[in-house]
Design a protein around this ligand. Structure first.
Ligand SMILES: [Cu+2]
Length: 340
C-alpha cells in the first residue's frame, strides 16, 4: 500500500479508544448482574460495582484486543524464517502501564472507603461527635451467657456505658438519631432467631416496616455466622463474644432471603430464613398478632433451659416458620447418625 493512502495510527487508536469507552460505559450500566435494590444502602454499592464493571470491561477489551491484533498482524508467514526485530524495554510505555493501574486502584480505594462511610461502616462515636452517644450503642449484651440468659438480658438490660460495636451502624446523617426499630438477632447452628425487645416477640423470620430506620444487634451463640440479605447489599458477621450491628432502611415491600454467608457447620446450607418488609400498617398488625400469640406461653418459654432440650425440641417453635417439619428434622437426624 502506498504510504499516503494509509490511515494514521493515531487516528485508529483514537477511534478504538472512543469505541472501547462507549462499550465499557454501556456494559457498566447494563450488566444486569445485581438482584433488585430493596434498601437505602443498595444504590451506593451498585454504583461502585458499576464503576468497577466499566473499568473491568475497558481493561478486558484493551488487553484482549491487543492480543488479537498481535496474533493476526505478527503471525508467522510462509517462507519467512528471519528473526523478529529485537526490542529491549520501553521506559515511557512501562511507566504508563504502571501509572494507570496505580491511579485506578487508588481511586477505587478512596471511593470504596467513601461508600463504606456512607453506609455507616465507621463507628460514629469515634468521630467528632463524641458528645452524642445515641442509645443504639447502649443495648447491653452478655456475650458469654447461654441462650436463654442472653435473650432475656437483651430485652431487659440496658446500660448507659457507651460501647464500641462493630458493623454498619448509623450513617453520617443518622448518627445523632436513635433507630426506629431495634431487633436482636442471634445466629445459632442452624437458624436465625429474632427478638423484638420492645414488644417481646420472638420470631424465626424478620419483619420490618417499610421506610423505618432498623437496627439489628447481631450475636452468635456458637460459631461465626454471617447475616446476609443480597437485595439489601448488606452482610454482617455474627461473632461469638463480639456483638455487631447492622442498620438499614428498607425501601421496597416484599419478601427477601436471609442467608448465612459463613460456612458454620454441617447444615450451613439450610441456615436460611426470610426478611419481610411490610407496610407500616401490616407490620403493626403482625406485631399485635404475635404479641397475643406469644403472651400466653411466655412464662413457660423463659423458664426453659435450652441446654436441657434436644436440638429438635429446641428448634420446634421455629421449624414451623422456617418451613421444616418434624419429619424432615427426623430425617436429617437419621442421616447425621448414619454418617458416624
Ligand atoms: Cu450459619
Amino acid at each position: 500500500m502506498d504510504e499516503k493512502e494509509k490511515i494514521p495510527v493515531s487516528l485508529l487508536t483514537l477511534t478504538a479508544g472512543i469505541v472501547v469507552t462507549l462499550v465499557s460505559f454501556w456494559v457498566g450500566q447494563n450488566h444486569g448482574l445485581m438482584p433488585e435494590q430493596a434498601s437505602q444502602q443498595a444504590p451506593l454499592v451498585d454504583k461502585f460495582f458499576s464503576v468497577m464493571m466499566t473499568i473491568g470491561t475497558a481493561l478486558f477489551l484493551v488487553v484482549e484486543g491487543a492480543i488479537v491484533i498481535a496474533v493476526i498482524r505478527f503471525r508467522h508467514r510462509k517462507g519467512d524464517d528471519t528473526d523478529a526485530a529485537p526490542i529491549i524495554g520501553n521506559l515511557p510505555l512501562e511507566a504508563f502501564w504502571t501509572a494507570i493501574p496505580a491511579i485506578i486502584v487508588i481511586g477505587l480505594g478512596i471511593y470504596s472507603v467513601e461508600v463504606y462511610r456512607d453506609m455507616g461502616g465507621f463507628d460514629p462515636a469515634t468521630g467528632h461527635t463524641m458528645a452524642h452517644h445515641h442509645p443504639t450503642v447502649q443495648v447491653a449484651y452478655l456475650p458469654e451467657s447461654n441462650l436463654s440468659g442472653g435473650l432475656i438480658a437483651q430485652t431487659e438490660n440496658t446500660t448507659t456505658e457507651p460501647k464500641k460495636i462493630y458493623g454498619f451502624g448509623a450513617t453520617p446523617d443518622t448518627e445523632t438519631t436513635p433507630a426506629d426499630l431495634v431487633v436482636n438477632v442471634t445466629g445459632i447452628q442452624f437458624a436465625w432467631l429474632f427478638n423484638y425487645p420492645e414488644s417481646g416477640i420472638m420470631a424465626g423470620e424478620l419483619h420490618v416496616p417499610l421506610g423505618a430506620d432498623v437496627q439489628l444487634n447481631i450475636a452468635a451463640q456458637d460459631v461465626i455466622h454471617s447475616f446476609w440479605v443480597p437485595q439489601f447489599r448488606l452482610k454482617q458477621d455474627a461473632i461469638p463474644g463480639q456483638n455487631t450491628e447492622l442498620r438499614f432502611v428498607a425501601t421496597k415491600t416484599g419478601t427477601y432471603p436471609i442467608v448465612c454467608a459463613e460456612l458454620c457447620g454441617g447444615y450451613h446450607g439450610a441456615m436460611r430464613t426470610q426478611l419481610i418488609v411490610d407496610t407500616p400498617e401490616a407490620y403493626q398488625a403482625w406485631v399485635a398478632e404475635n404479641q397475643i400469640a406469644q403472651a400466653e406461653n411466655r412464662d413457660r418459654a423463659i423458664a426453659l433451659n435450652p441446654h436441657n432440650l434436644s436440638v429438635s425440641e429446641f428448634l420446634a417453635p421455629y421449624t414451623e416458620t422456617l418451613g421444616i417439619n418434624q419429619h424432615a428434622l427426623a430425617q436429617i437426624k437419621a442421616e447425621a447418625i448414619a454418617q458416624f
